[in-house]
Design a protein around this ligand. Structure first.
Ligand code: PEP
Length: 253
């Protein structure tokens, strides 16, 4: 059985007191309202990771993720945060390849392969983001494009390593735009990606990989999306900043 996961990507939002308020509200409400084995992963700005640990540690369902890490081990890389540093404070997940990092920081599939490696070497599970632009969806083999992102950044891994990776399919045209992919569109891609993983690693391994959908998920769209057979949860941006909305999304999983 693959893990059900709902992750909240806070991006560059929330001041320190707001971050604490949101995390503690989520943990408190979830205690009463969230049943079952869904894993909730909060991805706050890195500066808050240590502070937030004490707010989430009372709930076994909750974990924290960094939004990024360096592809380098250590050294003269001003402003960067290494995977070893994240490991040293007990962080278990890191987002790798979010489309905003691909777009604004020119992160290539090759660079992302290096980030995946260094995260795994440090015992951290990458949440590997992939997805096509609107232009690619309209004019190109969009499924082939996303499959290629996965081949180039993940297919050097052993099956054992791949099983530690979470994949998040996030069509760029749906991120922060209010345009959610329909459940059919998302399921089509998720099934294609799982088949792609099965082609390389076999279906037993592919069936164990959690593939999340991301792109303007709301409480209203989550039920239908999460009911699709190959959608194992969501990576949520804007709606993860509001406790009630995010809890309702978690409950849909
Ligand atoms: C994201 O940033 O990963 C995301 C899915 O954002 P939003 O939900 O706001 O579209």
């Amino acid at each position: 059985m693959r893990n059900k996961i709902v992750a909240g990507n806070w991006k560059m939002n929330k001041l320190a007191d707001e971050a604490v308020a949101l995390a503690s509200e989520l943990v408190n409400i979830a205690k009463d309202e969230v049943k079952g084995d869904v894993k909730v992963i909060l991805c706050p700005p890195a500066i808050y990771l240590t502070t937030l640990q004490k707010y989430i540690e009372t709930s076994p369902n909750f974990a924290l993720a960094a939004q990024n890490c360096s592809d380098k081990a250590s050294g003269a890389f001003t402003g960067e945060i290494s995977a070893a540093m994240l490991q040293s404070i007990g962080i278990k997940y890191v987002l790798v390849g979010h489309s905003e990092r691909r777009q604004y920081f020119a992160e290539s599939n090759e660079l992302l392969a290096a980030k995946v490696n260094i995260a795994l070497e440090n015992g951290i599970s990458p949440i590997f983001c992939c997805g096509e632009s609107l232009d690619q969806r309209q004019n190109e083999d969009y499924i082939g494009f996303v499959k290629n992102q996965i081949s180039e950044s993940l297919f050097h891994l052993s099956a054992e390593q791949l099983q530690k990776v979470v994949i998040a399919y996030e069509p760029i045209w749906a991120i922060g735009t209010g345009l959610t992919a329909s459940a059919e569109q998302a399921q089509e891609m998720h099934a294609a990606l799982r088949a792609h993983l099965a082609g390389k690693y076999g279906s037993e391994v592919a069936d164990e990989i959690s593939i999340l959908y991301g792109g303007s998920v709301t409480a209203a769209s989550a039920d239908e999306l999460f009911a699709s057979p190959d959608i194992d949860g969501g990576l949520v941006g804007g709606a993860s900043l509001k406790s009630r909305e995010f809890i309702n999304i978690i409950k849909a999983r």
